[in-house]
Design a protein around this ligand. Structure first.
Ligand code: FAD
Length: 503
């Protein structure tokens, strides 16, 4: 029988659906639960005063989707979903036998089914160093921006999406970019695509002429309660347009866009000025400038790389990925944790603990995946997992069967880097295919880069950079598993209308 609505309950006392986390996964889960189960009480517990919500959702293919992410007040979600109650609280622990969640301020929230959506925290190369910052949420971007405004040089460490975006956006400041791979952006691209982007590291940016769009990544005192004392959890990770509207300018007006890449190295040590002086090793000057040109050799912090090069800089951005935020749940519980630190979930987003589900960055998909799907901690997968977890929670409660959602059949990610549209499909970098695959390439410098991964004549994945218009056809070809051997290189012949070809 449905439980009494929130208005008739003693706050926090009646069990129902409970979700922890106000990021994309948690909010989507709450919205979907509310739609499927409008009479049941749903409680969303989030440490962040604002929650993240998906807007302008567009399904652009069978698996491809595009959407914006907006920050909303908790009231907006409660208005749209009347059976959802949002409580700003930091969850401290969980008793899975009693089915209770405990918050830092001493409240207890019983649950019948719980979904953990606590996201991740930046993996920092050093802890508690004021010169090393991570970027995750609104506050950390603001902090970064303030530091950058007074900076002449910054060292960025990491080769994922955040680092890629930063090196492209930063102006008025020298950027030393330290990556452990032999090509840039290798989370998303192969060497060929990296070559395609390299000229953009030093060239002026190809600005898109469009009105500045700023999604609501703001924390204004009037709109939200100030975070509660003692809170340590972070806000939700930013959404796809996180850097739009943020001024990313350092203090060197004469430096437009200057990036130097240090390949195949990691940070060996972050040194204070005193430690640097004691070390007695000369610091590198920025390639292209002579020591004489460097107005001031004195930096607040120095970075020694494993290739033995030493750079002084104003601060370091550690963009080396995230670690799932599982801390509060691992005391006294029997969760299976994956090697990457995420809570293992099965194909029903169920953890190893009864009645506890997980979705988004905090979880690790541990089912046998479809051949062209794999997990990547992205906003699209956070949305899909949050939504699917809600469906599973309701189906399990009602004793119904539910099939794995279609979105887990094919990896699809639509994004933008360096102002180019990027579509990544399936095993786009031949991940897990071994040596037994072939690649077809088409590249027009500065315009487009198309790569298709084939195995046994079947398309396994594709990278599309630029406005190629190939994404829907390629998505279908991957899903249909059609034998493409007869077509050979015609597949990428720009004179052939491929859409007509496969009609
Ligand atoms: P999060 O968004 O991290 O939300 C976690 C929520 O849990 C927060 O509300 C937090 O306050 C709450 N929480 C945590 N611990 C507790 C606790 N103990 N008690 C209560 N609440 C708690 N992905 C893309 O696909 N494309 C991009 O271009 C892209 N760019 C990015 C840029 C940046 C700077 C960053 C940081 C990430 C980017 N990502 C991008 C990744 C993407 O943002 C994440 O994969 C996604 O937002 C994860 O959503 P989530 O809901 O799982 O977690």
């Amino acid at each position: 029988a449905p439980l009494p609505p929130h208005s008739e309950q003693e706050p926090g006392r009646t069990a129902g659906f409970v979700i922890v986390g106000g990021g994309i996964a948690g909010v989507t889960c709450a919205e979907q639960l509310s739609a499927l189960s409008p009479d049941d009480p749903i409680t969303l517990l989030s440490a962040s005063p604002l929650i993240k919500s998906v807007t302008n959702f567009r399904q652009v293919g069978r698996a491809m989707e595009e959407f914006d992410v907006e920050e909303k007040t908790t009231g907006a979600l409660q208005k749209a979903c009347p059976n959802v109650r949002v409580v700003q609280a930091l969850v401290k622990s969980l008793d899975t036998d009693k089915h209770e969640v405990y918050t830092e301020d001493g409240e207890t929230f019983p649950y019948t089914k719980l979904c953990i959506c606590t996201g991740g925290q930046p993996k920092l190369i050093t802890k508690d160093n004021p010169h090393v910052i991570g970027i995750r949420d609104t506050e950390t971007v603001q902090h970064f921006q303030q530091k950058l405004a007074n900076a002449r040089r910054v060292v960025i460490v990491g080769n994922g999406g955040i680092a890629l975006e930063l090196v492209y956006e930063i102006e008025g400041c020298e950027v030393v970019w330290a990556i452990k791979d032999d090509s840039i952006g290798n989370t998303f691209f192969d060497r060929g695509a990296a070559e395609f982007f390299l000229p953009h590291l030093t060239a002026g940016k190809c600005e898109e002429k469009k009105p500045l769009k700023r999604l609501k990544y703001t924390l204004t005192e009037s709109s939200v309660d100030s975070p509660k004392k003692g809170e340590t959890a972070m806000g939700g990770a930013l959404g796809p347009d996180w850097k739009e509207g943020w001024r990313m300018k350092g203090k060197q007006d004469q430096v437009a866009h200057q990036v130097h890449v240090e390949y195949q190295c990691e940070v060996q040590e972050v040194l204070t000025r005193e430690e640097f002086n004691r070390l007695g090793q000369a610091a590198e000057h920025f390639p292209g400038t002579s020591r004489a040109e460097e107005q001031n050799d004195d930096w607040p912090v120095y970075v020694l790389l494993t290739n033995k090069r030493l750079y002084g800089c104003d601060f370091v951005v550690s963009a080396t990925g995230v670690v799932p935020s599982t801390g509060p749940f691992l005391h006294n519980t029997q969760f299976c944790v994956a090697p990457d630190g995420g809570l293992r979930v099965d194909d029903h987003m169920h953890t190893s603990v009864p009645d506890v589900y997980a979705a988004g960055d905090v979880c690790t998909a541990s089912w046998e995946p479809a051949p062209q799907w794999f997990q990547m901690r992205l906003w699209s997968q956070a949305r899909q997992m949050g939504s699917y977890a809600a469906k599973c929670m309701v189906a399990d409660r009602d004793g119904e069967e539910i099939d794995l959602d279609f979105c887990f059949e094919l990896f699809a990610h639509v994004t933008k880097f360096f102002n180019y549209k990027i579509v990544l499909l399936g095993r786009y970098n031949a991940q897990g295919l071994g040596k037994d695959h072939e690649l077809l390439l088409r590249c027009t410098k500065g315009l487009e880069y198309v790569k298709v991964v084939l195995q046994a004549g079947r398309m396994q994945g594709a990278v599309l950079i630029g406005d190629t218009d190939l994404e829907e056809t390629f998505e279908n070809l991957i899903i249909n598993g059609m034998d493409l051997s007869p077509y050979g290189e015609d597949l990428l012949d720009p004179n052939i209308d491929i859409e007509d070809y496969f009609d």
